[in-house]
Design a protein around this ligand. Structure first.
Ligand code: HEM
Length: 123
């Protein structure tokens, strides 16, 4: 019996995901609507935690050691609009690194499932 490779494997594992996150936050911080959210954040910690989170969320053998998504994001005024901008930058970054459409769509679909947890809304 064979198992399909996880998205983690299809993207190239931990080092490829770390590079993706690095390129992604360059875009996020260049967005005038998103940059202010990160003004007081340690970007080194954020990139490290986000890399762990993506590795875990995409099926990799890595445990996320950061705080709960709700706990971190609630009370910061992150709307659906901000979430959509954030995911838009992820989409562009995946395209930039040459990720094919099927993998890009699968990653975006998966990351979108965290929308309620991040924005604190459920509808
Ligand atoms: C699915 C989408 C998202 C995921 C998976 C995610 C994940 C994370 C993770 C893993 C951390 C680090 C946690 C830690 O330090 O323990 C973090 C921090 C943070 N996130 Fe997100 N995030 C998402 C969307 C967003 C959006 C849309 C915004 C704002 C527009 C945002 C703003 C922040 C900020 C400001 C921090 C740093 C908090 C601090 O300084 O301690 N995130 N996020």
């Amino acid at each position: 019996m064979s198992t399909l490779p996880s998205l983690y494997e299809r993207l190239g594992g931990e080092s490829a995901i770390a590079a993706l996150i690095e390129a992604f936050y360059i875009r996020v911080l260049a967005d005038p609507e998103l940059a202010p959210f990160f003004r007081h954040s340690s970007m080194d910690r954020l990139r490290a935690m986000q890399t762990e989170f993506f590795c875990m969320a995409l099926g990799g053998p890595i445990m996320y050691s950061g705080r709960s998504l709700g706990h971190i994001h609630h009370g910061r005024g992150i709307s659906r609009h901000h979430f959509a901008l954030f995911v838009g930058h992820l989409l562009e970054t995946l395209k930039d690194i040459g990720c094919d459409t099927q993998e890009t769509d699968a990653v975006i679909e998966h990351i979108n499932t965290f929308a309620n947890e991040i924005t604190g809304t459920s509808y």
